[in-house]
Structures are given as structure tokens and as C-alpha cells.
Design a binder for this molecule. Sequence first.
Ligand code: HEC
Ligand code: HEC
Ligand code: HEC
Ligand code: HEC
Length: 199
Amino acid sequence: MLTVRAASWYVVCSIVLLTVVFALAAAGGGTDRAREHGVRHIAFDTTPVRGEPRALELDRAGFTYSCMECHRDLKVPADRANLEAEHCTIVFRHGTDMSCQVCHYPDNRDAYVDRECRQIPSTNSVELCAKCHNIEYRDWKANIHGRVNGYWDPARGPQTRLLCVQCHDPHAPAFQPMQPLPPPRKTRTPSSKKRPPHE
Ligand code: HEC
Ligand code: HEC
Ligand code: HEC
Ligand code: HEC
């Protein structure tokens, strides 16, 4: 009686183990195989160049401040040439002679500003970019510019579209050069070896 019970226990254990092994193989198998063929990891990395969207906040010495924690009472010159203290580390290379306040709402730094001087919530940075880059915005909405992940057919599953700021730094938006990937390896099938060389 005991041995039968032990045997069925072994069977159950090995089924569970096999399921785990197959699940792991299915998840990483393709990638591992491609890696064996010398394709570098960067080829499979779908992380956007600037990662997840960042909140409009300031990190200082381990603390996170909302913009208005300082700017509520702070009167600062509207001229970015005078940035000396808090934000002097910002490298600004965007258009010519653009003021900070064409994007950051002057009286509420926790928001952006649109063309009619109304506030754009900080969660909607795309609308900010769209006010000046209408063509890229149109293309982005049509999935031509940028990147959409997920399902082609929205009825079958979710689609996620990367935001402009996940690829472009708003203060220095030029897209940084990327390392080119190696070309695909030539597949060698027995018949292709026999074929005469191509002229
Ligand atoms: C710790 C205090 C502090 C916080 C928090 C802070 N600022 Fe400032 N900010 C300053 C100071 C001080 C200046 C004056 C210029 C300088 O010397 O850097 C300034 C200047 C600026 C300017 C340029 C001048 C102007 O009025 O246009 C902008 C734009 C600005 N801040 C935006 C922001 C935004 C956006 C945030 C939130 C992400 C923020 N600030 C958070 C302290 C702060
Ligand atoms: C083209 C629009 C635009 C302009 C012009 C602009 N910003 Fe920003 N700024 C943004 C956006 C969008 C963010 C959101 C954070 C992100 O995605 O990196 C941001 C984030 C910030 C932050 C918080 C994050 C950080 O980098 O510390 C500060 C502070 C800031 N801006 C200050 C300034 C100052 C000062 C100027 C002028 C020199 C300026 N910004 C000009 C669009 C702009
Ligand atoms: C107030 C108008 C304005 C806003 C808002 C604005 N831009 Fe720009 N942007 C410009 C101008 C002007 C140029 C330089 C001329 C050009 O390339 O069209 C530029 C250039 C660029 C470039 C090309 C940079 C290069 O050097 O090749 C990119 C990318 C870009 N912007 C992205 C963004 C993104 C992303 C946002 C939103 C966070 C944004 N812009 C918001 C005005 C703006
Ligand atoms: C998945 C990444 C990605 C996203 C998301 C994205 N872009 Fe771009 N963008 C690029 C690349 C790559 C280029 C081309 C850079 C090059 O040719 O040097 C570019 C180029 C640009 C240019 C310069 C065009 C030119 O002719 O020089 C502008 C302006 C721009 N993007 C604005 C935007 C705006 C606005 C959004 C959001 C509505 C956005 N981008 C979203 C990757 C992205």
C-alpha cells in the first residue's frame, strides 16, 4: 500500500517538475538559442531608451519634491541664462533660444503650458510636445513614429504606445546614436553548400 502511494507521489512530482522545465524552456528558449548564435543581448532588450515615464518632480539628497514646494514662494528670473543654483545641471539643447516657460507653466510648475496659455497636466507630456511637433504627433498617433507594443488588433488584447519622453529627453531631445547590431548569420543547409557560388 505504502509503495503504491510513494510511486504515485513520484509521478505527481515528476509531472510538476517537467511542467516547470517546459515552461522555462518556452519562455527563454528562443532567446537562449539566438544568444548561442552570437546575437547580443541588446537585440532582445525592449526597454525604451529613457525607461518608464518620469514624474515631474525633483530628487534631492534622497527626498522627492514637487515643483511647487519651492516655486510657490520662490520668485526666480524668467531667464534661463540665470540658472545658477537648483537646476544648473540641466543640459539644454532644444531649438534655439527657447525659454523654460514655453513648456513649464509659469505660475504652476507642476504643469506644462499649451498654446493658449492653459495648463497641461504633467501626466500628459505628449500634448506638450504636440503643440510644436504636429507632424511627428500625427505620425505617432498613426503608429508610424515611435513604437507600439502589444496586439495589432485592439479587440484581442492591449496595445501600449511609448510616450515621446520615453525616447527623447525633453531638454536635449536629439535621439542618441545606437550601436548597430550584427547582420543575421547565414544559414547553412546541406543543399546550400552544394550550390555553385553566386556570381
Ligand atoms: C528645491 C527647490 C526647487 C524645486 C523643488 C524646484 N525648483 Fe525650479 N528653481 C529653483 C531655484 C532656486 C531656481 C532659480 C534658478 C536657479 O538658480 O537654478 C529655479 C528656477 C527654475 C526655472 C527657471 C526660471 C523660470 O522661472 O523659468 C524653471 C523653469 C524651474 N525652476 C522649473 C522647475 C520645475 C519644473 C520643477 C519641478 C520638477 C522645479 N523647478 C522644482 C528651485 C527649485
Ligand atoms: C520642450 C519643453 C521643455 C522645456 C523648454 C523645458 N522643460 Fe523642463 N521638463 C520638460 C518635461 C516634459 C519634463 C518631464 C521629465 C522628463 O520626462 O524627463 C521636464 C522636467 C523638468 C524638471 C524635473 C526633472 C529634472 O530634470 O530635474 C526640471 C527641474 C525642469 N524640467 C526644469 C527646466 C528648466 C530650468 C528649463 C529651462 C532651462 C526647462 N525645464 C525647459 C519639458 C521642458
Ligand atoms: C515651444 C515649442 C516646442 C515644444 C513644446 C517642443 N519642441 Fe521639440 N523642438 C522645437 C524646435 C524649435 C526644435 C528645433 C527645430 C526642429 O528641429 O524642428 C525642436 C527640435 C526637436 C527635436 C529634434 C532635435 C534634434 O536635434 O534633432 C526633437 C526630437 C524634439 N524637438 C522633441 C520634442 C519633444 C519630445 C517634446 C515634448 C517633450 C518637444 N520637442 C517639445 C520646439 C519645441
Ligand atoms: C520609440 C522611440 C520614439 C518615440 C516614442 C518618439 N520618437 Fe521621435 N524620434 C525617434 C527616432 C529614432 C528619431 C530619428 C532620429 C534620427 O533620425 O536621428 C526621432 C525623431 C524625432 C524628431 C526629429 C525629426 C526630424 O525630422 O529631424 C522629432 C521632432 C521627434 N522625433 C518628435 C517626437 C514626438 C513629438 C514624439 C511623441 C508624439 C516622438 N518623437 C516619439 C524615436 C522616437
